[in-house]
Design a protein around this ligand. Structure first.
Ligand code: HSE
Length: 298
């Protein structure tokens, strides 16, 4: 028996919700094929050109599967073949897609014995391999779909799925390298109280805006006074994309996860197309190779 899983790209942080908010995109998706094998353990086969490690402890899908197998009493063997469409290092949850897709697929092969929160817990071991940090803001939306709030990850993932009104998402991935580990190291470890107040006001209001389909409130809440001022320095064209997108009518947006991708939310598809044009213009002007995606929240 073999099954196929589509693992979606995700946008973590959603501007103000560092490590606690994320949403899944309708595209791009990784395609993963999984089957049980006679030989116990984990076998990774990369069917794409990204040259990712196949040693299970060094592979994000492998590390997630090993965590899941530790919770299975009987000896089990799982083979996973991975076709990545989400570029590694793009900032739209490439590693999370591999880790999430692997545990969702394995759970299906094993008769759906684990809850979604347990799968998040296993998949976070994959994120640890990728960036050294067990954050769940890409994993949780990849597993639950839609928009998710991560209230806490310890002692166990406490994930709150949020409803949201229709939103178009425009993403641009400029071809520069930003490592999540580096993009975390440069953050300040202390936050002034006045910034914290502004930030949790925005997070609360963004959640309310999503639940109440209040597009204006969503737009006002897409503000980050803590992380963005530090990280945006790593991304050429950031200010131009943000400013141009707002002028084109986007509700707002910012860095996707730790970057380098940027994302913008729009209420109308035509606006999202205008935003895509802005993004292309900025990066063509800077002479930087880039990819854009125009999609919706999954
Ligand atoms: N919340 C994480 C960060 C996401 O911003 O570092 C990384 O994809």
């Amino acid at each position: 028996e073999s099954i196929t899983v589509l693992a979606p790209a995700t946008v973590a942080n959603v501007v103000c919700g560092f490590d606690v908010l994320g949403f899944a995109l309708n595209e791009p998706n990784d395609t993963m094929h999984l089957r049980l094998t006679e030989q116990p353990g984990v076998t990774i086969i990369n069917e794409d050109d990204y040259d990712l490690p196949t040693e299970p402890t060094r592979n994000v899908a492998g590390a997630a599967l090993l965590a899941l197998l530790r919770a299975v009493p009987e000896p089990v063997g799982i083979e996973v073949r991975i076709n990545k469409a989400i570029r590694p290092g793009s900032g739209i949850g490439s590693s999370a897609a591999s880790a999430a897709g692997a545990v969702v697929g394995a759970n299906r092969l094993l008769g759906e014995r684990f809850s979604k929160a347990e799968l998040v817990d296993f998949a976070m071991y994959g994120e640890e391999v990728a960036s050294g940090v067990r954050h769940a803001d890409n994993i949780a939306p990849a597993i639950y779909g839609g928009v998710t709030l991560i209230r806490a990850t310890t002692p166990f993932p406490d994930i709150v799925p949020l409803s949201a009104p229709p939103l178009f998402v425009t993403v641009v991935h400029p071809q520069i390298e930003v490592k999540t580990s580096h993009a975390r190291q440069i953050l300040k470890q202390q936050v002034p109280l006045k910034d914290a107040i502004r930030q949790w006001g925005n997070v609360g209001a963004l959640v309310a805006g999503l639940l109440q389909s209040d597009y204006d409130l969503i737009g006002r809440s897409l503000e980050d006074v803590i992380i963005e001022p530090v990280r945006s320095i790593l991304i050429p064209g950031f200010a131009e994309v943000k400013e141009g997108s707002r002028l084109a009518g986007a509700l707002g947006g910012g860095i996707s996860g730790s970057g380098p991708s940027l994302f913008m939310l729009s209420r109308e598809e035509a606006t999202a197309q205008a935003v895509e044009a802005v993004m292309r213009e900025v990066y063509t002007g800077l002479g930087l190779d880039h990819h854009t995606y125009l999609t919706t929240i999954n």
